[in-house]
Structures are given as structure tokens and as C-alpha cells.
Ligand binder design. Structure first.
Ligand SMILES: [Zn+2]
Length: 186
């Protein structure tokens, strides 16, 4: 897989994580691009959460458990933001506290930053920190793509706050064509 495997339309890495599910709103077409822990490590590396995935050593059993917990976190982000699910918020809160307990505060170039543990639990900790960061930020711009099936989510930072599609070239273009054909059939 190349460097452009995963979509980056979310405007926040926690939304980019949610967007690793394609066609979320259509059960028949839905694709999870994070089918295993290896894919999660690729995603983490691509967005810069982990510098060196080679340091993450895991037994198959631990990897499966971490993968399941990370997918639960991803779905919790979606359900917390778009469905106001108390269970989802509680899960993120638990994972966040747990992540902080295992992380260390280290000096960066211009600030102190939380560093997740450099072990198999690191990706989950890093993602929990991201999820918390998103949830405690201004969510008024949180949107879901206007396509019937796409389901990608993003922060609408457009000047007029009128972004309807995940991407103009993808869902925007496809839906414009669909509408044009629907009109011309009348
Ligand atoms: Zn879309």
C-alpha cells in the first residue's frame, strides 16, 4: 500500500480515522480499510502518530485485542459526535484516562506533549488522545457527507460553512451528475 491509501478529508485525524470506513451508510457496500492490527499500524504511520511501526511487537492474540479496542474507539468517535451516544462518550473517557496513565509528558520543540507508550498499546493510547482532543474541541462544524451512502465525516472549515460533500471531485461530482440525469429524464 502506498502513501495515499487512506483518505485525509476529515480536518481532524480522529475524523480521518472514522473515514477509514468507506460507504458507511450502505451495509451492502461498506468497506473497512482497517481489517487488522497491521492496517491500523499503517494508518498510524501514515498520519504520523507512530514514527516507527517496527517497534510495535505483538503476539497475534494481543494484536487482535488491540485491533478490536481501536475499532471500538473509532466507532465511538462517530457515535459520540453524530449520535450523542452516552455509551460512546463513556468509552472514549475511559480510554483517554487509561491512555494518560500510560503516557509520558515530554518536551517537544515548542511545548510539552503527551507521548504514548512505545509498545503494543501505543496506537490505542494515541488514538484515545486524538478522540478526546476532537470531542473537547468546537464541534459546530462537524458534518457528514451529503451522499446517501458515503458516510465520510469532516470539519467544515469552508468560509461560508456550506461544504456538503466529503470531496468535490468524488461525491460532489457524482451527485451532480446523478441529479443532472434525473432532471433530464423528466
Ligand atoms: Zn462523500
Amino acid at each position: 500500500m502506498g502513501a495515499t491509501t487512506f483518505p485525509r478529508v476529515g480536518g481532524h485525524p480522529a475524523f480521518d480515522l472514522v473515514d477509514t470506513v468507506h460507504w458507511r451508510l450502505d451495509d451492502a457496500r461498506a468497506i473497512d480499510t482497517l481489517p487488522d492490527f497491521g492496517a491500523v499500524l499503517e494508518w498510524c504511520t501514515e498520519i504520523g502518530l507512530i514514527a516507527d511501526p517496527g517497534i510495535v511487537r505483538a503476539t497475534p492474540r494481543t494484536a487482535a485485542a488491540e485491533h478490536a479496542a481501536i475499532i471500538a474507539l473509532r466507532e465511538a468517535v462517530y457515535e459520540a459526535v453524530f449520535e450523542d451516544s452516552p455509551d460512546a462518550v463513556a468509552l472514549i473517557a475511559r480510554e483517554h484516562v487509561d491512555a494518560l496513565r500510560r503516557s509520558s509528558l515530554e518536551r517537544g520543540d515548542d511545548r510539552w506533549q503527551w507521548h504514548p507508550p512505545a509498545d503494543v498499546t501505543g496506537p490505542r493510547a494515541a488514538i484515545a488522545l486524538l478522540a478526546h482532543d476532537l470531542l473537547t474541541s468546537d464541534l459546530r462544524a462537524a458534518r457528514q457527507c451529503g451522499d446517501d451512502a458515503c458516510g465520510w465525516v469532516y470539519l467544515d472549515t469552508s468560509p461560508r460553512h456550506n461544504r456538503i460533500w466529503c470531496t468535490a471531485a468524488g461525491c460532489g461530482n457524482r451527485n451532480r451528475v446523478k441529479r443532472h440525469h434525473a432532471r433530464s429524464r423528466v
